[in-house]
Design a protein around this ligand. Sequence first.
Ligand SMILES: Cc1ncc(COP(=O)(O)O)c(C=O)c1O
Length: 481
Amino acid sequence: MTDPLHERDLARPALDLVAKAAGPYLEALPDLPVRDAAADVLLDRLGGPLPERGCGTLAGIEELIEVGTRAATHSSGPRFFHFVVGGSTPAAQAADWVTSLLDQAAGLWAASALATEAETIVLGWLKDLFALPDSYGAVLTPSATFANLTALACARHWWAERHGVDVTVDGLAGLPRMPVLAGGYVHPSNRKALQILGLGRDTLTVCARDDAGRVDIDAMERALIEIDGPAVIIASAGEVNTGDFDPIDALADLAERYGAWLHVDGAFGLFAGVSPRLAHLVSGVERANSVAADGHKWLNVPYESGFVFVRDPTILGRAFGAWNAPYLPGAGDTHLNYGALGPESSRRARALPIWATLRAYGRSGYRAMVERHNDLALRLGAIAEADPLLELLAPVRLCVVCFRYRPEGMADAEVDELNRRLGEQLQEDGRVYPGTTVYRGRTALRPALVNWRTTERDVDLLVDVVREIGARVADDIRAGR
Ligand SMILES: Cc1ncc(COP(=O)(O)O)c(C=O)c1O
């Protein structure tokens, strides 16, 4: 039998093992392939039946380090451009270890005053960073999906109140369908949130004026006139294919004119507000009723980290609160309990990595990083535009570059097939990891540049590898292979 109590003296040696492995791993990270498919065989070592008798603390940790450092996708390195995945700044990563060390239960003040106070502090700093009014209510969430869910739960509460119903207490029965409108940029996580909230994933009315998804303001206005009652508008600050933005000010005008709730999904795009030269992209966000964003993307803190801000600071408590068990703090509790302000109860002290990274690098450090990524994206866009073998599919707005490999004279269907295979082969190759999408019916690459480690060297390697593998795939297609 291996009882953890008998291994209590091994806590420190176990952490020493991790610390010893961390140095070489982090030093190698910038040059490691993003993914080494050959290491997948190691994953078998994680399996087998539930051990009847454990292998002991040190053996278990040694095994995990060995498999983990080799078989992990090195997505926290500088050349994982797929999806929108950041890394962890040195301060955030170290603070995440501190978070594990302290193992705080961050839902209740009575369980952790440290985590609660730290959350209040970082939420204040984040409002300041994004130029949101200090009066807004806020809570940390595990992700932007959860931030959208939290915001839309508040919107649902507000909407039901206008129909004379406390949806938190009585549910949706008897209410009409909640009208939700958005442009075509809307991220699927908003649909997921609507689905979880019992509002229906496909009830969203999409007002788009083209196949890129740009919002049709006139169509949305016509829809709002027809609805003639409270509605919810979702604005996208940062679309995943191109990094483009909905015009938030124009949507805020509509929301004000028709008494609608405006939610802004700024999972990564909210960070445009950190740079004076990019802040125009999020102009109007301070007029929103709710704003969602991610920490584990452009803030470069470890997973799982997101945050939501709401204009009415009481609505989080009304949409989520009302503990009703005698062992939990009741209505008379004067302390803030973040577990009562969102969908989670027990939660990790995810404020600590946010605190550390903002303390370490400050507003100016984040401004420098966001502007560096924007410069790199513009550089990549310019290269794609200038190269006759590449085609830029949309203007570069922020940190996403949508382009494809396109040899002259090749038919459209073949170009799509080429880029599909190119995406697959880039992934197998592993030196760079841009990922593919379908944008306006065309298969394309859409690298997102949000990792603090990424430099010109990484972007140039991306271009070189795309040219190299693109040429090979083009030859294959021409040869009918
Ligand atoms: C605009 C937008 N909203 C929401 C999300 C969901 O974020 P998460 O995966 O952190 O839940 C993403 C993820 O890419 C996104 O880009």
